[in-house]
Design a protein around this ligand. Structure first.
Ligand code: SPV
Ligand code: MG
Length: 433
């Protein structure tokens, strides 16, 4: 009987290193390839360029591959237990680094039935990381980027967005990755906050920064990034103006706008009831959402309705009633906000909302209830977590400290220890020399 051989890959970018591994595998027997699902790739790497069904089709057509099955976890074990292969084949590049633990589990699992891990010499000169970087440099198009948010929400239990307020912070959110166990973690996209966009311009967060200026900020971020962007649209302004704004955002490739159900001079929600803030009527706000939806050109753009009932102490029932009304009016998602230190009211809203509505994406912004973990928010029913102001809030105190230090010492020498080296700043953005 032919020996059973298993190998796994994401197959998002295929190069001759993969073909080498498959060639070695077919010498050993009947080859099953496990293709990592979109969900796994999006969780441990970045959003796949090619979707699962297409990747499956490509690999099925490679010589030597007998069948393709999905691999639903980074961990091989569930598929190994199903297939009980005689051999697992992999490149020998996973002995160190983030895949080390995955490898060890493969070895111990195979031992149960006398199976063996066969490691093929790593093909020098190709690296998915290198190709990935090249892809990132090519950039993206508005059409591809705009869809990315809906795709993310489809495949990830909870998406993670960080604020960006200029090109540089956009680059941080775009590029920063950290390794933790099996996972490579990164942010899924950017939130263009009205608070941060106003504050960096030295202005209050009261819809004073006009839409041309907000779009200019967006453009700076769009120019140097590829991840999806969610725009903080404040109240959306007049219905008639909102309709134009939606079209502008779509044209640029922004994935979603979030508008909040307040009227009058908008104030930042985190003032809560300390100042006068007024919530819009359900009828008016619903009409604004409907108008926005009617004006959009693509199917992909999302209008997310932000509910201020908890901020304004109007209660959970009011928040839930509004959520259902806004969805009825066409909203593609709901954002629920709170300024409580404890996440209880947010959890309660999420659970109640989810029990009545299984599908509509739910966004939370844990600025004050910052002890709530992403996993807990997801478990309660949230799909998207936004860290709304953290890059700016951490940068400002650092800048003030440096400025103070120069004033105190009447020279810059003492401040150097808190500054990055000149060599690093001039090389930070490639292409400068
Ligand atoms: C923003 O980031 O501008 C927001 C979130 O709208 S909050 O500041 O909490 O209102
Ligand atoms: Mg805002």
């Amino acid at each position: 009987m032919m020996k059973k051989v298993y190998l796994a890959m994401s197959a998002d970018i295929i190069h001759h290193g993969h073909i080498n591994v498959i060639n070695e595998a077919r010498k050993l027997g009947d080859v099953t390839v496990g293709i990592l699902t979109d969900e796994v790739i999006a969780t441990y790497k970045r959003f796949p360029v090619i979707e699962f069904d297409k990747r499956k089709q490509i690999v099925e057509n490679i010589k030597g591959v007998n069948r393709v099955i999905p691999q639903n976890t980074l961990d091989y074990v569930p598929n190994l237990l199903k297939l009980k292969p005689d051999y697992v084949v992999h490149g020998d590049d996973w002995k160190t680094g983030i895949q080390k633990e995955v490898r060890e589990k493969v070895i111990t699992t195979l031992k149960q039935w006398g199976g063996k891990l066969v490691e093929v010499e790593y093909t020098e000169g190709v690296s998915v990381r290198m190709l990935d970087q090249a892809l990132q440099e090519i950039g993206t198009t508005p059409e591809i980027r705009i869809k990315r948010l809906r795709q993310l929400l489809d495949v990830k239990p909870v998406a993670r967005f960080m604020e960006a307020h200029n090109g540089l912070t956009g680059l941080i959110v775009e590029k920063l990755t950290i390794s933790q166990g099996d996972l490579v973690k990164q942010f899924d996209g950017m939130w263009v906050s009205s608070l941060c966009d106003s504050t960096v311009k030295g202005k209050p967060d009261i819809e004073l920064v006009d839409s041309s200026s907000r779009l200019a900020t967006l453009n700076d971020i769009l120019e140097v990034t590829t991840k999806p962007i969610i725009m903080d649209g404040d109240t959306g302004g007049y219905e008639e103006h909102f309709a134009y704004f939606v079209k502008s955002l779509e044209r640029l490739g922004v994935s979603a706008v979030i508008i909040e159900d307040k009227i009058g001079l908008k104030k930042n929600s985190l003032f809560g009831t300390d100042i006068k803030q007024e919530q819009d009527s359900i009828e008016n706000f619903s009409a604004k959402i409907t108008r926005g939806k009617q004006s959009q050109v693509t199917e992909d753009f999302m209008i997310i309705a932000r509910i201020e009932s908890l901020i304004l102490k109007a209660g959970l029932d009011d928040a839930l009633k509004r959520a259902h009304a806004y969805i009825e009016a066409g909203a593609d998602g709901i954002m629920i906000h709170s300024k409580e230190r404890e996440p209880d009211e947010i959890f309660r809203f999420c659970r109640e909302f989810r029990s009545a509505n299984k599908d509509v994406p739910l966004v939370v912004v844990p600025t004050t209830f910052n002890r709530a973990r992403e996993s807990e928010l997801a478990e309660a029913g949230a799909n998207l977590v936004i860290y709304a102001n953290h890059l700016l809030r951490s940068a400002y105190p650092a800048m003030v400290e440096t400025a103070k230090c120069v004033l105190e010492n009447e020279r810059a020498y003492e401040s150097e220890k808190s500054c990055m080296p000149i060599k690093d700043i001039i090389n930070l953005i490639p292409g400068g020399c």
